[in-house]
Design a protein around this ligand. Structure first.
Ligand code: GSH
Length: 267
């Protein structure tokens, strides 16, 4: 990787000098220029020390870790930035400039389609993008590819939102509510979803059978979070879903999953 100042002369990578960062242009291994990231206002709040790497703005929540696990699995070079959602940092103007929905995770890939930088939010879209970029963790066969995408959407549309409500009503502010019917509703629906996943995993190591894929990467963090951080193991009778429990153990045994679950962590 070579670096040039805007003037075009060769300059060593003085990456710790904030005044120089926005002027750095990176060159890909092929020698083609990759645009600098100064067009992305998010870099004013979370400066890029390595602008040639994928910039990850996130926290290690169940949605956040999907992307860090994927980045760890693929080995793509990336630079994680902690966005503290408990301090409302995802609603700062700099963050909203990348994701107007004010939620982590989001990325900027300096080497996006056509070699141009690409900003992206929504964890499912980011997983699909990284899978397409690397050709990994998504089958090449079109039918199996769509089947994988279907299970990614199952996570995005069902597992995430329903398990998230258990988080609210069982762990966070909603636990104080006297009326337990909302909690029960989400427990019942989450148990039903665990049943769907359990049936899918019968006789399969991974959601797509032998192929570990973005469907697993999307889902592992949510299931893990349900039974750890949310403390809902008994509440959803998790141990009754033997195939899901075995799949979770297989997933947690992957070093990239272990690393990804902690990125970006609070320092
Ligand atoms: N559908 C979104 C959901 C993202 C999401 O809900 N992120 C949460 C953390 S897990 C967040 O940023 N919450 C902060 C807030 O809403 O202020 C995705 O999958 O990327």
């Amino acid at each position: 990787m070579r670096y040039r100042g805007r003037g075009g002369g060769f300059a060593p990578p003085v990456l710790n000098d904030p005044a120089r960062r926005p002027t750095l242009l990176a060159f890909s291994a092929a020698g083609t220029a990759v645009s600098d990231l100064s067009a992305f206002p998010i870099t004013t709040r979370w400066p890029a020390l390595h602008p040639e790497r994928i910039q990850l703005y996130s926290l290690n929540t169940p949605n956040g870790v999907k992307v860090s696990i994927m980045l760890e699995e693929t080995g793509l070079p990336y630079e994680p930035h902690l966005v503290d959602i408990m301090q409302d940092e995802s609603h700062l103007p700099a963050f909203l400039s990348l994701n107007p929905n004010g939620k982590i995770p989001a990325i900027v890939d300096p080497d996006g389609p056509g070699g141009k930088p690409l900003g992206l939010f929504e964890s499912g879209a980011i997983l699909l993008y990284l899978a397409e970029k690397t050709g990994r963790f998504i089958p090449a066969d079109p039918a199996r590819r769509w089947e994988t995408i279907q299970w990614v959407f199952f996570q995005m549309a069902s597992i995430g939102p329903m398990f998230g409500q258990i988080g609210f009503f069982h762990k966070f502010a909603g636990r104080e509510y006297e009326d337990k019917r909302p909690l029960q509703r989400y427990v019942d629906e989450s148990k039903r979803l665990l049943g769907v996943l359990d049936e899918r995993l019968a006789g399969r190591d991974w959601i797509m059978g032998e192929d570990y894929s973005i469907a697993d990467i999307a889902t592992l963090g949510w299931v893990n979070n349900l039974v750890t951080f949310y403390g809902a193991r008994e509440l959803v009778a998790f141990d009754g879903y033997a195939n899901v429990a075995a799949w979770l153990a297989r997933g947690l045994a992957r070093p990239a999953v272990q690393r990804g679950l902690g990125i970006p962590g609070r320092s």
